[in-house]
Structures are given as structure tokens and as C-alpha cells.
Design a binder for this molecule. Structure first.
Ligand SMILES: [Zn+2]
Length: 141
């Protein structure tokens, strides 16, 4: 029987030399799943279902408990999300309008320091991070 190519894994062959578990762990597969999930959770009937679920008292209680235990984590995530939105807004404003090129380096630098290093690295839109854009801008002079 053909098995998975990953060392130490004897999983049944699925595709691309891998078992199904390792096949779906590939970055592309993860990206597809994320994309699918995003679309799924944006459907109005799903949104409504989620909203109703979150209003159930036992769910609210569980969320309160979770928040108590993971306060800093939750806060950090919210901060990241806020930064991401800020960034997207900024990029939309500048890249979409092709104003980024005209954007003065000094101004861009000021924008960048608003974000935590982790966020700066994580922020990717069409493969463009502020960091990379900065490098590009520096090259362009
Ligand atoms: Zn495997």
C-alpha cells in the first residue's frame, strides 16, 4: 500500500505524495479552508445563527468566563484586529488610489510605527506588507 511521504507518518496515501491529514495541512489547503470559512460566516443566515447563538445565556456566561481567564490575550487580539483594520483602511486609501507611490517616506514611517512589530509582519494584503512597501519605497528613492 502506498503511504504518506512525511517521515514517521504511515498514513494511507491521499494525494500529492501525502496522506489526507498532511495533504490538508499544506499552506494552500489552509488558505482554501480559510477562504471558504470566511465566505461561509459572511452568509446572512449564518451570521444570524451565530448572533442568536451568542445571545444564549449559557454561551454569554462561557464567554465571560473565557474573557476573565484570557483577558490579556483577548485584548491583544482586539488590538491586532484594530491595527489590521487601520492598516487596511490606510492601504485601501493609498494603494487603491495609487497614492502610495506619492506618499512621502517620512509619512509612511509615521504610519508604520503605529503598529506592533508582530502586526507589521502579519499584515499582508496581496503580498504587500508595510515593511516590504517601505523597502520598495527606499529603493525607489
Ligand atoms: Zn502523513
Amino acid at each position: 500500500m502506498r503511504t504518506c511521504e512525511i517521515e514517521g507518518c504511515n498514513g494511507k496515501y491521499y494525494a500529492k505524495g501525502l496522506c489526507s491529514r498532511h495533504y490538508y495541512q499544506r499552506p494552500e489547503a489552509k488558505a482554501w479552508r480559510r477562504e471558504y470559512q470566511k465566505k461561509y460566516y459572511q452568509r446572512p443566515e449564518v451570521k444570524e445563527k451565530t448572533r442568536k447563538y451568542n445571545q444564549r445565556p449559557e454561551v454569554k456566561e462561557r464567554m465571560r468566563e473565557y474573557y476573565k481567564k484570557h483577558r490579556e490575550e483577548v485584548k491583544a487580539k482586539a488590538r491586532e484586529e484594530r491595527d489590521r483594520k487601520k492598516y487596511l483602511k490606510y492601504v485601501k486609501l493609498n494603494v487603491a488610489k495609487k497614492e502610495m507611490k506619492e506618499c512621502h517616506n517620512a509619512k509612511l514611517e509615521k504610519e508604520i510605527i503605529k503598529f506592533s512589530p508582530k502586526t507589521q509582519k502579519a499584515l499582508i494584503l496581496d503580498g504587500i506588507t508595510l515593511e516590504n512597501r517601505m523597502k520598495e519605497l527606499k529603493k525607489e528613492g
